[in-house]
Write a protein that binds this ligand. Structure first.
Ligand code: AMP
Ligand code: MG
Length: 274
C-alpha cells in the first residue's frame, strides 16, 4: 500500500472547511488494524533513516503541529509515530495555559522560542492555534482580533518556511461520541485515571463553539491553511488509522525535502588515523 493514497485531506488554501463532510471514522485505503500497524512500523523505520540525514545535513528543520480537542489523540500520536527516532534531534513541546511571564509577551513569543533548530524535528502538542481557538471560544479576544491573528500566524509561518522550516499541521478530528467514550475510559480505567482532568468536561460543554458549523475550528482551518503551511484533516476516531495517516504524511514530507548527506569538506579517505 502506498502512503500517498491515504485520504488525509489537505485543506486547499482559501477554501472554506465544512467538518461535517469529513468522516472522523474513515479507514479508507487501509485494509485493517493489523496491516495498519505493520505499515506504521515501516513508516517509523523510514522516518528514522530520513531523520538521520536531516540531522546530518543540519540546514533545514521540520515542525509538526498537532491540534485537536481533549482526547483527540495528540499524546498517542506522538508516542506511536515519534518512537524510534534519535532523541538528540527531536523536541516535543506541550503548550499549556500561558504563564504570567508568557502573558506579558505577545502570544507568538513562547512559540518562536520553541521552533526547531536546523537539523531538528519539533512536535507541538497544541500550539499558537490555541490562541485563536480556546482564547476565542472563551471570548478573551473578539472577532476582529482573531482575524488579525490569523494574518499574523500566516505571516509568521511564512517567515519560518522561508527560513528552512517545513511545517506540517495536523488536525486530529474525532467525533463527539468518540470523545465521550474516551473520557469515560479515563474515568473508569485505573490506568487512564491520571489523564482525566475535570476541565475536560468544561471544554466538552463548548463542543459546538469549537466544532460547530462556522465556529472556531472551521474558521481557523479555513483561514490558516496556506501554500507554505497547509492543514491536514486527520480522521482520528480509529487510533491505528490516525497513526498511519500522520506517519505517512511525515514520511512523504521528509522524502519530498530531498535530503542529502553533506559532502565531506576534505577527502577524508586520505587522512590517516595514527
Ligand atoms: P493538556 O493539553 O490536556 O495538557 O491541556 C493544556 C491546556 O492548556 C488546555 O486546556 C489548553 O486549552 C490550554 N492552553 C494551551 N494553550 C493555551 C493558550 N494559549 N491560552 C489558553 N489556554 C491554553
Ligand atoms: Mg488534557
Amino acid at each position: 500500500m502506498k502512503h500517498s493514497h491515504l485520504p488525509t485531506f489537505t485543506v486547499k488554501p482559501g477554501s472554506k472547511v465544512n467538518l461535517a463532510l469529513h468522516d472522523t471514522a474513515s479507514t479508507e485505503g487501509v485494509k485493517d488494524k493489523d496491516a495498519a500497524e505493520k505499515q506504521v512500523k515501516r513508516n517509523v523505520q523510514r522516518l528514522a533513516e530520513l531523520q538521520e540525514v536531516l540531522y546530518a545535513e543540519n540546514k533545514r528543520s521540520v515542525l509538526l503541529v498537532l491540534q485537536g480537542l481533549d482526547t483527540a489523540g495528540k499524546d498517542g500520536t506522538i508516542r506511536h509515530v515519534m518512537t524510534g527516532l534519535n532523541p538528540m534531534g527531536v523536541d516535543i513541546i506541550s503548550f499549556k495555559k500561558p504563564t504570567e511571564q508568557e502573558l506579558d509577551h505577545d502570544y507568538l513569543w513562547r512559540i518562536h522560542k520553541a521552533c526547531p533548530a536546523r537539523g531538528d524535528i519539533t512536535v507541538f502538542n497544541r500550539s499558537h492555534y490555541e490562541d485563536v481557538l480556546v482564547v476565542r471560544v472563551l471570548n478573551l479576544i473578539g472577532v476582529a482580533e482573531c482575524r488579525r491573528r490569523f494574518e499574523q500566524i500566516n505571516n509568521f509561518e511564512r517567515m519560518l518556511t522561508d527560513n528552512g522550516t517545513t511545517i506540517i499541521k495536523c488536525f486530529l478530528h474525532i467525533s463527539k461520541a468518540e470523545q465521550r467514550e474516551r473520557l469515560e475510559e479515563r474515568l473508569h480505567d485505573p490506568l487512564k485515571n491520571w489523564k482525566f482532568q475535570p476541565e475536560d468536561l468544561e471544554v466538552r460543554k463548548h463542543w459546538n463553539a469549537y466544532m460547530g458549523r462556522g465556529r472556531a475550528y472551521e474558521q481557523m482551518l479555513s483561514a490558516t491553511s496556506t501554500e507554505a503551511a497547509p492543514w491536514h484533516i486527520i480522521p482520528a476516531d480509529r487510533k491505528w488509522f490516525r497513526n498511519i495517516a500522520v506517519s505517512s504524511l511525515l514520511v512523504s514530507t521528509l522524502e519530498g525535502m530531498r535530503l542529502k548527506m553533506p559532502k565531506p569538506v576534505k577527502d577524508w579517505a586520505k587522512v590517516k588515523v595514527e
